[in-house]
Design a binder for this molecule. Structure first.
Ligand SMILES: C[S@@+](CC[C@H](N)C(=O)[O-])C[C@H]1O[C@@H](n2cnc3c(N)ncnc32)[C@H](O)[C@@H]1O
Length: 252
């Protein structure tokens, strides 16, 4: 039986593989191009930040991850000379730490107090720094046909986020919050990850299996696996989910 951390690790891995090619245009900004010190807040297993490091090896990367087991996975797997993983929260970074570009991907929705992040960012941004908030855009979530067993497991997982004070409805709030914090909103781009994209259906299937495992534990009951297997083999089935990327610049 797999433990929660290895399930979460695999889920983040497959999610990053599926989404990164589509999210790459989010990094086409002047702020990103000129950034030297990149901060990835809530870096998880650091798979995502490593994709950035492989494409832009001249930048330095600091990943901050407060789950000690996940941070250990990140440290073990991603040993790059210009990458550091800090186990803890933003407050564990040195007071003099400054970022040129902050990435916060799929983390804001888990936080009970999002404002503390934009406040922290305002006091640790270098001159003309940028920030990119990438998070769920649930308005674009679609599943065909409906999968009651899977949807129950997904609801359990989302309810847990909610009980911990998280809120998945980040897109509408984040622009206002970061502008109030002194950042200028440059653009919000909305993306759809669809199972019809090349190689996406099998990845989407694995992603759904792992999401269900995170929701209700492993091993999964056979009825969910059967439901998901039927879904992946059905030529008419599909799934899609939305992601948004909001880009900001520091203007003070
Ligand atoms: C859904 S994962 C996303 C990981 C990574 N950003 C990615 O896109 O693959 C969210 C991560 O944020 C971490 N996290 C949540 N709140 C945090 C905080 N206050 N400080 C540091 N990490 C945090 C969680 O432990 C989790 O690993």
């Amino acid at each position: 039986m797999r433990d929660q951390i290895s399930v979460y690790d695999q889920m983040l891995r497959i999610q990053a593989e599926m989404a990164f090619p589509l999210e790459r245009p989010l990094f086409c900004s002047a702020e990103w191009e000129k950034a030297e010190n990149v901060l990835d807040f809530g870096c998880g297993n650091a798979d995502y930040i490593s994709k950035l490091a492989d494409l832009w090896p001249n930048k330095s990367y600091t990943g901050v991850e407060y789950d000690a087991q996940m941070a250990a996975v990140a440290c073990k797997r991603h040993t790059r000379p210009k990458m550091k993983i800090i186990t803890g929260t933003l407050d564990d970074l040195p007071a003099e730490f400054r970022f040129d570009f902050l990435v916060a991907r799929l983390v804001m929705m888990h936080l009970a107090d999002r404002k503390s992040i934009s406040d922290w960012a305002a006091s640790h941004a270098s001159k003309s720094a940028g920030a990119l908030i990438i998070d769920a855009d649930d308005e674009h979530f679609r599943l065909f046909p409906s999968l009651p067993h899977f949807e129950n497991a997904l609801a359990t997982l989302r309810q847990r986020t909610h009980q911990r004070g998280g809120n998945r409805d980040v897109r509408s709030a984040v622009e206002k919050e970061w502008e109030e914090g002194g950042f200028r909103h440059i653009a919000t781009q909305r993306l759809i990850i669809h199972s019809e994209l090349p190689s996406a259906k099998e990845r989407m299937f694995l992603y759904m299996v792992l999401t269900a495992e995170l929701g209700i534990g492993s091993p999964l009951p056979p009825e969910i696996l059967e439901e998901l297997l039927a879904w992946v083999l059905d030529p008419t089935s599909y799934a899609q989910y939305g992601i948004f990327g909001a880009t900001f610049e520091w203007i003070k």
